[in-house]
Design a protein around this ligand. Structure first.
Ligand SMILES: [Mg+2]
Length: 251
């Protein structure tokens, strides 16, 4: 099965973030270390806050599950608030080291990044070809949506603080893994419904072949984005692009 692009009929573009509109290194070498370095201070400053309490409650549930599964996570302690914070930090590092897609962890990271974006320490680098292509697609009447494993909150922060400025108004919809895994075709069916477009009217662009395969199974059109620094993808079934310069011609 080869994914063919039909020049006509595309009414929406669904974009991945990491490796497609921003370098993978921004997430792994900037965002993740930023949150890791600040999580202890953040918890100490916000430990009694309702929102942080709810993140920690979710982490406690996940911890109990890890214990039941015999994964031997570092213990959670509650002898004092200092001991509790230190033990949560150890568990959070343990989750980060496993690249766990944990809702409690993601929520906490989002709050820490929010501070960094707000005080100007963090700025999201967009590939220079992204904004012009999005603008042209919108002029052509296309809907623009995002599907990323980062939370919708983190996605909005990123596009609000990009090196091209706040471009949140150019994006119609955001989807994260609460819609479903990026490698499950059902997720793309749900996105198609939510975008109010037939799957075949949506062009999904990502750097990961297994995600494109799932979108293709759901009936979407696909493009493999090959950016510098992306891991090599061996599958040849999806048409490839190295940047968005030709996108306005394709659509
Ligand atoms: Mg990606």
């Amino acid at each position: 099965m080869t994914s063919m692009l039909s020049a006509a009929g595309i009414r929406g573009i669904l974009l991945d973030i990491e490796g497609t509109v921003t370098p993978i290194s921004f997430v792994h070498e900037v965002l993740f270390p930023y949150a890791r370095a600040r999580v202890s201070d953040y918890l100490a400053a916000h430990f009694e806050g309702a929102e942080v309490m709810s993140d920690l409650a979710r982490l406690r549930e996940e911890h109990a599950f890890d214990v039941r599964e015999g994964r031997e996570p570092p213990p959670l302690l509650d002898a004092s608030s200092e001991a509790a914070i230190d033990s949560f930090v150890s568990y959070i590092f343990w989750l980060m080291d496993r690249d766990r897609k944990s809702p409690g962890l993601k929520s906490l990271q989002g709050k820490i990044w929010e501070q960094g974006y707000a005080n100007g320490t963090l700025t999201a680098p967009l590939y220079a070809d992204v904004l012009p292509a999005i603008k042209k697609a919108r002029v052509a009447g296309l809907k623009i949506a995002i599907f990323s494993s980062g939370s919708v909150f983190a996605q909005r922060l990123l596009f609000a603080h990009s090196d091209a400025g706040d471009i949140t108004k150019l994006i119609d919809q955001h989807f994260d893994t609460s819609t479903g895994p990026k490698t499950a075709s059902e997720s793309y069916g749900r996105i198609s419904l939510a975008m109010d477009l037939a799957a075949a009217e949506i062009l999904f662009i990502s750097d990961v072949v297994s995600e494109l395969d799932a979108a293709c199974t759901a009936g979407m059109q696909t493009l493999l984005c090959v950016r510098p620094g992306n891991p090599a993808q061996s599958d040849g079934k999806h048409a490839g692009i190295e940047n968005f310069d030709r996108l306005p011609e394709i659509i």
